[in-house]
Ligand binder design. Structure first.
Ligand SMILES: Nc1ncnc2c1ncn2[C@@H]1O[C@H](COP(=O)(O)OP(=O)(O)OP(=O)(O)O)[C@@H](O)[C@H]1O
Length: 347
C-alpha cells in the first residue's frame, strides 16, 4: 500500500444517481450479488437510489452458489439478510450438476450467467447488472493481452451488452474497487472476501499480483481503462467500415452467393479478417474461430491466389473456398464416420 496515496472517496448518492440514470424507465432489473465488496456496494447503492425515487425499476438481487466453497452458502445468507434490511427481494440459485475437473472458473462463469439470465427472465427483468470495476477491466485487458487478443478483445468489457438473450449492464467500469470498499466502510456494511481471488492456481489471480508493479510504472487501472476506451472506439469504427465493405461487395455481387474474390483481396487486411469472422459466425458454430485461426486461413488464401491455385479450407464447421472467382463461405458437409458395422455413414 502506498501510504501517500489519497484515501479512496466513497461513491456519493449524487454520483450513483448519474451511474444509474439510464435505469429509471426499466421495469425490472436483476442485481448480481456475490457477497464480495463490489457487488455488495452495488446492492447498497442501488437500494439507496431506488428508495429515493417515486417510480423506478423493481430490483431483484440474485446470488449464485456454485457449490465450490463451504462458506458460499453462509455468504448467500448474509446477502439475503442485507437485501431484506434494504427492502430488496433476493434469491439464491445453486449450480447443480457435475463440475468439470479442469477449467472450473470458466464453467462456473458460464453456469452463473445462465442462471442469472434465467432469473432475469422469470422476474421479467430485461437486464442483469454486475459490479465489475475499473480494476476488473484492467485485469481483463491484461489477461487478453497475455493471450494475444486483437483490437476487439483489448477494447475490454462493454458497459452495456447482451448475454444469453438478456441485457448485461456494468455501471462501475470506471469506478476503482477501492472506492466501493470505502463506500461500504463509510456505511458500516460488511462483505465477504473470496479466497480463490488470491489462489495462484488461477491465471487471473497470478496476473492480479502484477498490477501493483505495473502501476508503479504508470500502467495503472486508469491507464488500462483509457486504453480500453480508445480501442473500443477504434473497434466500432472498424466495424462500421466492415459494414460498408460488406454492403459494397454484396452490391457488386448481384444475386450470386459469396464475394468477388478480386474485390475482397483489394480490401485492407483487418477488414478481410472481420468479413471472414462474420461469415464464419453465420454458421452458428459452437466454438467460433479464434482470431489466429482466421489470420492463418487468410494467409493461406492470399498464398493460393498469388500462385493461381485452387483454395478450399474448413474452419469452425464451415468451408471457405474460391469458386469461379468468388469467395464462398458455407456450412461444411457433415463428416463421414465409420459405423461399428464397418459401413461408412454420416455423423
Ligand atoms: N456467485 C455470484 N453470484 C452472483 N453474482 C456474481 C457471483 N460471482 C460474481 N458475480 C457478479 O459478477 C461480477 C464479477 O465477478 P468476478 O470478477 O468474480 O467474475 P469473473 O469470474 O472474473 O468473471 P466475469 O468477469 O466474466 O464475470 C461481480 O461483481 C458480481 O456482480
Amino acid at each position: 500500500m502506498d501510504r501517500n496515496a489519497p484515501a479512496a472517496e466513497p461513491v456519493s448518492a449524487q454520483e450513483a444517481r448519474q451511474l444509474f440514470a439510464g435505469w429509471k424507465r426499466i421495469p425490472a432489473l436483476v442485481l448480481a450479488v456475490s457477497g464480495g465488496p463490489d457487488s455488495v456496494a452495488l446492492l447498497w447503492l442501488a437500494a439507496r437510489w431506488r428508495k429515493s425515487l417515486k417510480k423506478g425499476p423493481d430490483l431483484l438481487a440474485v446470488t449464485v452458489d456454485h457449490g465450490l466453497r463451504a462458506a458460499a452458502s453462509h455468504e448467500a445468507r448474509d446477502v439475503k439478510r442485507l437485501a431484506s434490511a434494504l427492502g430488496i427481494a433476493h434469491r439464491t440459485l445453486k449450480w447443480s450438476g457435475t463440475k468439470p475437473k479442469t477449467g472450473v472458473p470458466q464453467a462456473a462463469r458460464e453456469a452463473r450467467y445462465t442462471l442469472l439470465a434465467r432469473a432475469a427472465r422469470s422476474a421479467s427483468a430485461v437486464a442483469v447488472v454486475t459490479a465489475h470495476t475499473q480494476d476488473d477491466q484492467a485485469e481483463t485487458i491484461l489477461m487478453r493481452l497475455s493471450r494475444g487478443s486483437g483490437i476487439t478483445g483489448l477494447g475490454g468489457m462493454a458497459a452495456q451488452t447482451e448475454r444469453h438473450g438478456i441485457g448485461l449492464l456494468r455501471p462501475f467500469l470506471d469506478i476503482p474497487k477501492a472506492r466501493l470498499v470505502a463506500t461500504l466502510d463509510r456505511a458500516r456494511i460488511g462483505y465477504a472476501s473470496d479466497p480463490t481471488n488470491h489462489d495462484p492456481a488461477y491465471t487471473r489471480s497470478r496476473l492480479r499480483t502484477l498490477m501493483p508493479v505495473l502501476a508503479s510504472e504508470g500502467a495503472d487501472a486508469r491507464t488500462f481503462a483509457r486504453l480500453a476506451l480508445r480501442l473500443s472506439r477504434a473497434d466500432a469504427a472498424l466495424e462500421r467500415m466492415t459494414d460498408g465493405a460488406e454492403r459494397y461487395l454484396r452490391l457488386r455481387g448481384g444475386e450470386d452467393s459469396g464475394f468477388d474474390a478480386a474485390l475482397f483481396s483489394a480490401l485492407a487486411e483487418e477488414i478481410q479478417v472481420r468479413l471472414l469472422r462474420r461469415a464464419l459466425a453465420g454458421g452458428m458454430a459452437a466454438h467460433p474461430p479464434e482470431l489466429g485461426q482466421i489470420e492463418t486461413l487468410l494467409r493461406a488464401l492470399v498464398q493460393a491466389q498469388s500462385e493461381g491455385r485452387r483454395f478450399k479450407r474448413s474452419l469452425a464447421g464451415m468451408t471457405v473456398s474460391v469458386e469461379k472467382g468468388r469467395l464462398v463461405v458455407r456450412p461444411a458437409p457433415p463428416r463421414r464416420s465409420i459405423h461399428p458395422s464397418g459401413r461408412s455413414g454420416r455423423s
